[in-house]
Write a protein that binds this ligand. Sequence first.
Ligand SMILES: [Zn+2]
Length: 263
Amino acid sequence: MKVYSWIRGSLALLAVTAWTAGGASHDAGSIAHAASLSDAGRTYNAKEASLRAYGLAGKVIVIDAGHGGRDSGARGVDNIHEKEITLAVAKRLTSYLQEAGATVVTTRLTDTDLSTDEDRRNRRRHLGDLRGRLSVVRNQPIDAFISIHCNAAPAPDWHGAQVLYLKDNDHAKQLATIMQQTFQDTLLPTKRSIQSNETLYLLKRIEGPSVLAEIGFITNPNEASWLQRPAYQEKVALAMYVALHRYYDEVSSGKVPEEDPED
Ligand SMILES: [Zn+2]
């Protein structure tokens, strides 16, 4: 499809421009930061402006940085905490999406979890945290949900990013497929493919394109080392951003998820 490939080309341009414009200051990762990008003279040309209207503009996207606060998530080599990497990537993805005109809702932008004092008193901190994240999602109608996590394994050679979705959620599967492809195209080598799941609390409760991205193994020395670097975190965020763009291109061009014969 000709139009489709033009959009893809422009997307790459838009993404790269946003990346360059952001530079090191992406660490701020907040609404204030998005404003500072415009202040710095970032302007859209006509082509990009129409792309904004066509793609992610106006979409409400929830970005969920896994773990936080007293829940560090998995521990990796050099005692890396999963919660720090997920937050860093979430902030970068937030900036990209805001640049594209999307409304971003984040479950957290600081080192905190979403459980309440009562949850902790009743020894259900983890469930309380998940419920807290779900209540953020349920505060408004949303268009997509992206939960960001890092993987961990007992063996150090396990590696590769992988996207999870809820079995029988076709929209989630479609987004997961596209995101796995952008991971394969741009991140460290991965032979992993998308994985359906039937038990993840949030994916079970959030309809539409909702996925959980395991962005790599922090127990693999090489992947862990890359995942700690701002430039690679930027790359991961960009891959997710491009995946969302491609997903909405497919949706607006009427492409529906393909039937999977073994489902
Ligand atoms: Zn996790």
